[in-house]
Design a protein around this ligand. Sequence first.
Ligand SMILES: Nc1nc2c(c(=O)[nH]1)N[C@H]1C(S)=C(S)[C@@H](COP(=O)(O)O)O[C@H]1N2
Ligand SMILES: [Mo]
Length: 532
Amino acid sequence: MGTRIRNNRATAHPVGRTRRLAAASAAGVISAGALFAVAQLFSAFFGTVSSPLTSVGSAFIDFTPAWLKNFAIATFGTNDKTALLLSMSAVAVVLSALAGVAAWKRYAAGAGLVGALAVVMAACIITRAGATVADLLPLLAGTLAGLAALRFLAGAAPTRSTVPAPGRSGDIGTVRESRRRFLVRSAIVAGAAVVVGLGGSVVSATRNTINHARDALKLPAPRTPAAPLPAGTQSSVTGVGPFVTPNADFYRIDTALVVPQLDPRNWTLRVHGMVENEFTMTFDELLAADLVETYVTLTCVSNEVGGNLAGNAKWLGYPLRAVMARAKPTAGADMVLSTSSDGFSASTPLPVLQDHRDAILAVGMNGEPLPLKHGFPVRMVVPGLYGFVSATKWVVDLEVTTFAAKAGYWTSRGWSSHGPIKTASRVEVPRALARVPAGQVGIGGTAWAQQRGISKVEFQIDGGPWQQAVLAAEASVDTWRQWSYTWEGATAGTHNVRVRAYDADGTLQDERKAPPQPDGSTGWHSITFTVI
Ligand SMILES: Nc1nc2c(c(=O)[nH]1)N[C@H]1C(S)=C(S)[C@@H](COP(=O)(O)O)O[C@H]1N2
Ligand SMILES: [Mo]
């Protein structure tokens, strides 16, 4: 048989060959669909880590070199996960098409390739935080299904001899029949994969009770409520973002491809390391403790000058100061490594969690339990530090240690170990490249210097003299501060606005342009717009 095929190669017509390749590739892709559908269905029972799709994606995120990750965040912003999923799908299609083509020639070759890819996926799964050997079962089931599908489809493949060259003698009946058989089999496998895949998503949706748990949760009132916001925290210029960012609009940055689903009833926080008193806290204990409420502006270190990776919310939570007082750190400790359920970690200087700022284990955000994406049921919020060294979502572990001994997730990937927030300011109105009518033009935006506060914002039109903006009211040194100005009699043409802020110590925002890596961008934001 093998020799006959080989002999026929020379006479095979190009069209026949292209078709065969297309059919073989399709068989591979459909079989991969079967593999992932079955694995997804099983992983609905075993948990997120056991899903090859999410674990391969997450492993990819962790192993991505810093430059590529920075590029992805800079280019796609909070859509970086969609971009990742699309590129992963493209790679999956190519690899499975290859497996299909290999299987066409020799089933064992295709099966070998599938097996090798399964081993890689298994490695991705087993190295995820909290993975056990059982988490490999969905992949195993999926791989068996994929191999069976490949065999089934490859078995129905029109062979070279059944694809006749035009004008040559060939058994047209056999060709038609074999093509029909292949199409029927493909349809069966593809249909089954879709049904199984949909079944998997139904099962995981009904098994996902965390959303219900969150909806049912009633947060206690704070022992120490936030001071009411002073009047006039909002810039008078229309179009400047709201002073308090609604949860739905709050920026989201994390390495979690699938949002961790933590059941508050099983949640515990382990506090250990260089402490006299190790302990574990449950969610009920946390809710029963004296909670405080505080407005804090979170900022991402990846924020570019003028960027929107910052948000301001009213948080409800338990002071980390109290957690540390109970744990009693021993001499020499200088850092707290907080770790999430999915293996992210952040290094926060110990003194920051012991001084009088409102560093908290947050359970509430703007009057609701934390949204799942923002760390339900518990996350850290630490005023004055970028999120990557402080704001651990889905936090489950606090280890008191030293900067010399341990490093957080991003620190071991080329970012700084410390991350105090740098003074920043941006122009939000007019939008860059906006076209606005002549006459009165509102100019405004936001500035921040958490823990220090903003004392002055200045702007410059078309490189002219620096003028002082009107500052909106300050809620606290931990929140951003909006600014505004009304430009009377703006003339037609292209204009430029540049902004800079001073913190409450009177220190001017750094003018030098620096990229986000390793410890936050600097530079003065400027935008160009046209008056028509
Ligand atoms: N578990 C976990 N927590 C995390 C991260 C993460 O990747 N995983 N990213 C951090 C970073 S870099 C930032 S800027 C903030 C963002 O919080 P948000 O998504 O609620 O805005 O979360 C921090 N906490
Ligand atoms: Mo971040």
